[in-house]
Design a protein around this ligand. Structure first.
Ligand SMILES: Cc1cc2nc3c(=O)[nH]c(=O)nc-3n(C[C@H](O)[C@H](O)[C@H](O)COP(=O)(O)OP(=O)(O)OC[C@H]3O[C@@H](n4cnc5c(N)ncnc54)[C@H](O)[C@@H]3O)c2cc1C
Ligand code: SF4
Length: 333
């Protein structure tokens, strides 16, 4: 690990000014914010990340979880994943978010991990984490060995010729379905970004994963008021029952009147290069009867544009079964 300067900025404005000196907010950033450090320090030990300065943001006043005047939720960027998952309003009104967080990592990691850090966790692609290997995301232009190599856990949706890495977050899948908004303080002021616009597809620049620019600090995330009477569920399928990333997951927010689905927000995890909201699945559900035929049609629609690689074709069927089972369970709940 490179020797680095460790700084504790006293307030968000000082933190932003210090980080703005970095040439990028993305891969290769020479100044990095640190939340729980469970992604950053890991990658620094592997020499994948080599910042010259680490700005510890844990003393900034960004740890509150508060109900907004409109009845939604404001979640500070350094709120711990555990605190969010066990917050009474989250468990009651945003159950899909609580379930998603609690199915990620381990209790110890969730106690350390922050909301801002979880939004920005990096892919678990083995080539990305091994500096002896080429990787377009880590070192642009060097190639993507995963396309012809080990890609069993990688993405089938949103891939490009340059990168097929999966976004590994569970929390983000639920936030996509809940239509969260990410609030950012940067050198030019503050701005709010809709969740679906925050993460970028890899395209020809997989090193650029989000819309963040140098100096941008995530200050908080907001959730809109809960949808009255909604049925929510997060289902995660993985190689072992805990402490493992998703091979496929589904976040469901449904409302049903009589026997018909009136609202549907669907997002998938473990299969996309970003947390994968599925308007195709939603269109196949809204206005239809809440039954297995509809659920299967929605699942087919969700993976219609999937592009499998040599080892991960099984994810198409797995994602379909995951979504169908999640919809059936949520509807029955
Ligand atoms: C063994 C292991 C298993 C795991 N299993 C799972 C799993 O099953 N599911 C899952 O979803 N996750 C899993 N994780 C990942 C874990 O959820 C993330 O490491 C964690 O959420 C990152 O949060 P952090 O606060 O520690 O981030 P940090 O490591 O502090 O930061 C991560 C990145 O975000 C940046 N950053 C942090 N805060 C801000 C901010 N406010 N503004 C701008 N930039 C910021 C940092 O500069 C860094 O680039 C696992 C991790 C480990 C180590
Ligand atoms: S899939 Fe992406 S992260 Fe993995 S080796 Fe290819 S470019 Fe790198």
């Amino acid at each position: 690990m490179r020797i680095f300067e460790f700084i504790r900025p006293p307030d968000p404005a000082t933190a932003v000014a210090a980080a703005a000196q970095s040439k990028t907010a993305q891969q290769g950033a020479d100044v990095r914010f640190m939340g729980g450090g469970t992604t950053l320090i890991d990658l620094m030990k592997l020499n994948v990340e080599n910042p010259a300065r680490v700005l510890d943001i844990n003393r900034l006043p960004l740890n509150k979880i508060e109900v907004t005047p409109e009845g939604g939720l404001k979640i500070g960027a350094i709120a711990r994943n555990s605190d969010l998952a066990y917050h009474a309003k989250v468990q009651l009104d945003y159950a899909v978010l609580s379930q998603a967080i609690l199915q990620g990592a381990s209790a110890q990691i969730r106690n350390m991990a922050t909301v801002g850090g979880n939004l920005l966790q990096r892919t678990r692609c083995v080539y990305f984490r091994d500096i002896a290997m080429p990787c377009n995301k880590r070192k642009p232009g060097t190639g993507c060995p995963a396309i012809t190599g080990h890609n069993r856990t990688l993405a089938i949706l949103g891939t490009s010729e340059q990168c097929i890495a999966t976004n590994p977050s569970d929390m983000c899948v639920a936030m996509a379905a809940l239509e969260a908004t990410i609030h950012i303080q940067g050198p030019k002021g503050t701005r709010a970004v809709a969740f679906g616009d925050f993460h970028l597809l890899p395209g020809s620049a997989p090193q650029r994963e989000t819309v963040l620019e140098s100096g941008d600090l995530i200050t908080h995330v907001t959730l809109p008021p809960p949808i009255a009477g909604s049925k929510q569920l997060y289902l995660k399928l993985r190689d072992r029952a805990s402490y493992e990333f998703a091979l496929a997951s589904a976040a469901i927010v449904l409302t049903i009147a009589g026997s018909n689905i009136t609202q549907a927000r669907i997002a998938l995890g473990g299969v996309g290069t970003k947390p994968w909201r599925s308007p195709e699945a939603e269109a196949a559900l809204i206005g239809k009867a809440a039954n297995d035929v509809t659920f299967r049609q929605a699942a087919e629609a969700a993976v219609r544009n999937a592009k499998p690689q040599s080892e991960n074709g099984f994810k198409i069927e797995l994602a379909k079964r995951c979504l169908t089972h999640a919809l059936r369970t949520a509807a029955a709940g």
